[in-house]
Design a protein around this ligand. Structure first.
Ligand SMILES: Cc1ncc(COP(=O)(O)O)c(C=O)c1O
Length: 400
């Protein structure tokens, strides 16, 4: 018999991954499922990126590379951090990883000891919590309610810090709420962090280009250079370039920590996919106009979906400033019963009802720390969003 490590007792599979599999299984069983629960964008990987990967494969770039990526990729990442955030990192302060997920996990894994805490503003991307637990630490969630714009306030950050705090993880723009921290917002957090020299900061900018009215979202190292030596700046090509499945992310931070992460990479993934690295170079250094075009489409989809869902019986929502996610409040549905008599006590019950009655898959607020609500992804074709909104409206009307 195979026995499991006690580490696994504390963690579950990523909620979005579970829903992705469930939607696929239901489709295979013949159900017409609209999947708004995923973190995918519907935009394809640009042709020139695919062509670069193809050319790399034909050239024979099919071998292991340095554990933390090729020098050419690190140069592309260095130039990107400079272009987007005016940040200067040397090659030995940069690592490329198999998705930014890996960079975040390895940072926790390399640094946390039992009892040490990581502050995670809620709502959050669920894997932050379980990654901290897997690394032996304790996640401390800090509620950032809608009336704070879903953003961490300086006073709440200060209140959550203890002697055991090792990290703050700050995601800008925020998955799932779509909140965008301005320069000024980050400034107030930086002032608190300057008073606590032993706390590191992971600045996760995976959605940094998904800001609807402006430049890429600011990142903390750019706002307060005095913090830079304890910041890990994380991003990746997944969302920006429609490259979720290529699995390529990166991190930049102090060389001493990056050296340890390189060691871990050499012992775990060996290196990111060589083909994906070639693709990422083309994405980061190639034409960037496509992003603006895609953002324009996303704004239209956002506005249409917000208008539709906000009118649904028992639901309310506001247009987010960034990402391609929308948090829909469903507190008026709590306490009702489905047409066949099942009680709706939680947002998980709402999500289950929408899947059963409307064949629409959404992520329940319980999975990202903001209940009662659910998250939908509007990086989907507009006709699909319309159809989803029709089905959701009908299902909500049917609740007595
Ligand atoms: C906030 C946030 N950070 C990091 C990631 C990881 O992305 P990837 O590993 O594809 O780079 C995701 C993916 O959905 C995310 O939502």
């Amino acid at each position: 018999m195979i026995t499991l490590s006690p580490r696994l007792r504390e963690i579950a599979a990523s909620p979005a991954a579970v829903l992705r599999q469930r939607a696929r299984e239901l489709r295979e069983a013949g159900r017409d499922i609209i999947e708004l629960s995923s973190g995918n964008v519907d935009f394809p990987t640009p042709d020139h990126v695919v062509a670069a990967a193809h050319a790399a494969a034909l050239r024979g770039e099919t071998r292991y590379t340095d554990a933390d990526g090729t020098p050419a990729l690190k140069e592309a990442i260095r130039a990107t951090l400079r272009r987007d955030h005016a940040l200067d990192y040397a090659h030995d302060e940069i690592i490329a990883t198999s998705g930014s997920t890996m960079a975040i996990f390895l940072t926790f894994f390399a640094t946390l000891s039992p009892g040490e805490e990581v502050i995670v503003p809620a709502p959050y991307w669920a894997p932050y919590l379980d990654q901290v637990r897997l690394a032996g630490g304790t996640p401390i969630t800090v509620s950032c309610p809608q009336n704070n714009g879903y953003k961490l306030r300086a006073a709440d950050l200060a209140g959550a810090i203890s002697e055991r705090t090792r990290w703050l993880i700050i995601n800008n723009p925020v998955n799932p709420s779509g909140a965008v921290y301005s320069y000024a917002d980050l400034r107030t957090l930086a002032d608190v962090l300057l008073r606590h020299p032993n706390i590191g900061i992971i600045a996760d900018g995976l959605y940094e280009h998904f800001v609807f009215d402006g430049a890429p979202a600011a990142t903390l190292a750019q706002v307060e250079p005095r913090l830079k030596s304890r910041i890990v700046t994380v991003s990746g090509v997944a969302k920006t370039y429609g490259m979720m499945g290529w699995r390529l992310g990166y991190a930049a931070g102090p060389k001493s920590l990056m050296d340890e992460l390189r060691k871990l990479l050499s012992q775990t993934t060996s290196c990111p996919s060589s083909i994906s690295q070639a693709a990422a170079i083309a994405a980061l250094t190639g034409p960037q106009e496509l992003l603006r075009e895609r953002l324009g489409k996303l704004v239209q989809r956002r506005d249409r979906l917000v208008a539709r869902l906000d009118r649904c019986h028992g639901l309310s929502c506001k247009a987010p400033e960034g990402t391609f996610f929308l948090v829909v409040s469903c507190h008026e549905l709590i306490g009702r019963r489905t047409p066949d008599g099942q009680p709706i006590n939680t947002d998980r019950d709402v999500a289950t009802y929408l899947l059963d009655a409307a064949s629409v898959s959404v992520l329940a607020g319980q999975d990202y720390g903001a209940s009662p609500s659910f998250r939908v992804n509007f990086a989907n074709p507009i006709e699909l969003l319309d159809e989803a909104a029709n089905r959701i409206a009908q299902a909500c009307e049917a609740l007595p």
